[in-house]
Write a protein that binds this ligand. Structure first.
Ligand code: NDP
Length: 279
């Protein structure tokens, strides 16, 4: 299938659901061979079906069930991709989550084990994947796109401090890695989403799918939260990821963040209290 990713091989972590699934679909539709991964066999089957339904032949994608926080999971992801497709051009470090505290503690009382889990998934696994994939991307002059969040920006999140901490660390790591790796021709950038309708809220809060959808709808209907007037959909983020992964589109952008949040991060609480005179 011709497209801007024709001839490219991409690993997209966390592609069994949400933003990652949509990114895998977009990349495959635009010609890439993609490695789809996540832990849940059921969710991976959902992505497989979505790819087949989109007309992508099985020869153009590979599914690897792996926990990205384990060394063996990371190794098998890379080894199986190389075995099947022979090279790697693009890594999208998308797997991530705000992992709830097992004892339901909030704020500064959240446990250190929660801190460790959140950092391991959102930061350490990205560092390890970057180290392991470096020689392969150096060969292809490849691209890395990390999926961060607007929680990384400089405002506080009182209830769940470790997830924003992790994403801020990811942004800073991206800048440092970008300088180091561009000497080998590898670009690194991030996309920082705002509120996006995926499984994220469900896994972060333990709420049902229906209650989470209500959260996304309520947020979208609140212009003080999301001025564009709706919560983001996975394709909004997938398109930003594709832009940063496509060297023709973004060659001179290195170590940067693209915020895709419907204007959320520009709104201050006081704005909702100020009425603007009508013209
Ligand atoms: P989802 O919960 O819908 O998807 C998360 C994906 O990550 C799933 O495919 C899941 O796969 C995978 N994953 C989680 N933990 C692991 C693990 N240990 N090993 C392997 N895979 C794992 O969330 P989103 O699509 O929204 O999240 C994608 C990224 O976007 C994350 O980095 C998140 O932090 C970020 N983000 C999301 C926002 C939102 O509002 N949705 C806002 C800002 C940032 P499986 O369950 O099969 O293991």
């Amino acid at each position: 299938m011709p497209g801007r990713f024709s001839g490219k091989v991409a690993i997209i972590t966390g592609s069994s659901f949400g933003i990652g699934r949509e990114t895998a679909l977009l990349f495959a539709k635009e010609g890439a061979k993609v490695t789809v991964t996540g832990r849940s066999e059921e969710r991976l089957e959902g992505t497989r079906r979505a790819l087949i339904d989109a007309g992508i032949p099985e020869s153009k994608f590979l599914i690897v069930a792996a926990d990205i926080t384990t060394s063996s999971g990371q190794d098998s992801l890379i080894a199986e991709t190389l075995k099947r497709f022979g090279k790697i051009d693009i890594l999208v470090n998308n797997a991530g989550a705000s992992i709830p505290d097992s004892k339901k503690r909030t704020g500064v009382n959240q446990g250190i084990e929660t801190y460790e889990q959140v950092m391991k998934l959102n930061v350490q696994s990205v560092i390890e994947m970057t180290q392991k994939i470096r020689p392969h991307l150096a060969k292809t002059k490849g691209d890395i796109v990390n999926v961060s969040s607007i929680v990384a920006l400089s405002f506080g999140w009182a209830r769940t401090p470790y997830y924003p901490l992790a994403k801020a660390a990811l942004d800073q790591y991206t800048r440092s890695a970008a300088i180091d790796l561009i000497s080998e021709g590898i670009r690194v950038n991030t996309v920082n989403p705002g509120v996006v309708q995926t499984g994220f809220h469900e896994s972060a809060t333990g709420l049902s799918a229906d209650a989470s959808q209500k959260f996304y709808d309520d947020m979208g209907n609140n212009p003080s939260a999301i001025p564009i007037g709706f919560s983001g959909r996975p394709e909004h983020i997938a398109k930003a990821i594709a832009f940063l992964a496509d060297r023709d589109s973004s060659e001179y952008i290195i170590g940067q963040n693209i915020i895709a949040d419907g204007c959320t991060s520009l709104v201050l609480g006081i704005h909702s209290q100020i009425s603007h005179p009508k013209k």
